[in-house]
Design a protein around this ligand. Structure first.
Ligand code: GEK
Length: 244
């Protein structure tokens, strides 16, 4: 069901580059866009399945927050062994959730998947053993992030896991510049032109706000997680595991 439409959204010179939105145009090319833009994306998705198998507890909820087309949801669906788990995907883009529903319906997995179209902050979360924020927190205003992480910590059962993947920034300017340059080279080698890279970058300005790994670690600690650290990193894209 997943489409393979190539991402050409920023290939022609645009008179004005609007702020990035998860609309129908993005949905139509999303699998191609995210794989060509996020180094390690496919590895992270498959490892989310692996982690869900390890951490899912019987009679608990597993959440994919900002599920887009359900890549991480499906990875979990196929790996969860614990009985009576409720798997829930949440996204506030109606276009994403509509396509995600088609993707899930076309998938052969047996575990039922509940999809909710809403801001993740509006949803009453149930006691959970696995919570995934795979490149979602970066799109939420910085001042709302501590409250969200506190709520996720409070929602997790003891022994539960939060998987937090983000584009990250570095305090050291030469290193930050190098990571950005290498990420642009990664995108170029995946077929994006300089024009596409520049226009996408300006559309994400003030929409995707990366923070340092130190900030993420500190925030997780303040929320109460007794253990958290990076399990994957490629350039300025990282994923952390935090255990309650
Ligand atoms: C994947 N996790 O393929 N509430 C709910 N959803 C939100 C919110 C919010 N407040 N803000 C943003 N989103 C996916 C990829 S994409 C990352 C996640 C990217 C949703 C938004 O609509 C979009 O679908 C998703 O978060 C971010 O594993 O495109 O770089």
């Amino acid at each position: 069901m997943e489409t393979n439409n190539p991402d050409t959204i920023y290939s022609s010179l645009l008179a004005a580059v609007d702020g990035f939105k998860f609309d129908q145009q993005v949905v139509n090319v999303f699998p191609d866009m995210i794989k060509r833009s996020v180094p390690g994306y496919t590895t992270i998705i498959s490892m989310i399945g692996n982690l869900a198998e390890r951490y899912a507890q019987s009679n608990s909820h597993c959440y994919d927050l900002g599920c887009s087309l359900g890549a991480a949801t499906l990875a979990m669906r196929h790996r969860i062994l614990a009985s009576d788990c409720t798997l829930v995907g949440i996204d506030n883009s109606a276009a994403m959730i509509d396509r995600c529903r088609q993707v899930i319906d076309a998938d052969s997995g047996e575990l039922e998947v509940e999809l909710i179209c809403d801001d993740l902050q509006n949803v009453q979360l149930q006691p959970a053993s696995v919570i995934v924020l795979n490149f979602t927190l970066q799109f939420i205003p910085v001042e709302q992030r501590p409250g969200i992480l506190q709520r996720l910590y409070d929602t997790l059962l003891p022994g539960g896991v939060l998987i937090l993947s983000e584009k990250v920034a570095f305090d050291d300017t030469p290193h930050q510049d190098l990571m950005i340059e290498l990420h642009h080279n990664f995108k170029r080698s995946n077929g994006y032109s300089d024009l596409e890279i520049a226009q996408k970058r300006s559309s994400l300005e003030n929409v995707l706000i990366p923070e340092t790994l130190e900030t993420h670690r500190e925030r997780l600690k303040s929320a109460g997680f007794h253990s958290s650290d990076v399990w994957f990193q490629c350039l300025n894209f990282a994923s952390l595991i935090a255990i309650k």
